[in-house]
Design a protein around this ligand. Sequence first.
Ligand code: KMH
Ligand code: ZN
Length: 278
Amino acid sequence: MAPTLLTVAPTGAETAKADAPALPCSLDELVSTAKACQAAGAAVVHVHVRDDDAQPTLDLPRVTAAVEAVREATDLVVQVSTGGAVTDSEADRLRVLDAGPDAASLTCGTVNFGTDVFLNRWELIERLFLDMREREIVPEFELFDLGHVATLHRLLDKHGAPYGGHVHCDLVMGVPGGMPGTLSALTTCVAALPAGATWSATGVGRTTLPVLLAALAGGGHLRVGMEDTLTFAPGQPVRDNAELVERAAAFARLAQRPPMTPDDARAMLGIRDRTGAR
Ligand code: KMH
Ligand code: ZN
């Protein structure tokens, strides 16, 4: 059976540092988290950046510094978030592509997000897709709902393949306002994906474990991390991101689908080699 791609999403834009002291917010914390998560089995890191006050930011020099520092310290595929926070402008969300990441998230539709709205207009989706292709950045299509899968088809039908030639998706499940983190929602979305696409899934909050187990059983890959999960077990806060990666890696090994190396992840996703060797 195929190995498992493990993505870690260590920070996100929603949680306050005061509420989760282990949340990596400084550059040093991000780098040490990335190293620990690679050692635990992660191959991709999904990066959101915080400022000196631990507030989410899309400030380009900071995002660029984060990309370069993680690349310097690890072999991980560096995927920046173009989702940012619900308050971020489209211009700022597009500009993070200038940080030169290997990959970037690309959400395929608008979704209610708790009491907020995560707005992703069609024109923004197209612009992100085309700008990524021009910059040789591999998109990860973030799908919060079945309608987002339909939009992904529309995007690929109109514009062709993304950079790298391969379609990789992440089902983000259990967000209040998006699809539930259930087996039936997962299988419905997976059945509707474009032919040949690979996919991972992440379950927010309490849906973490059901989604993880369903994804492994269904031949999918895994995303875990403190962006999505702050409670390891009832009444037990997550120690740190590596704890979540270690657990996911252990489940993957039990399923006889051990974690994929970063090099194998690059090959699967079609990531450009930035050393110029390939
Ligand atoms: N923070 C959410 C509003 C992404 O990274 O692309 C959006 C998000 C998705 O986290
Ligand atoms: Zn994110």
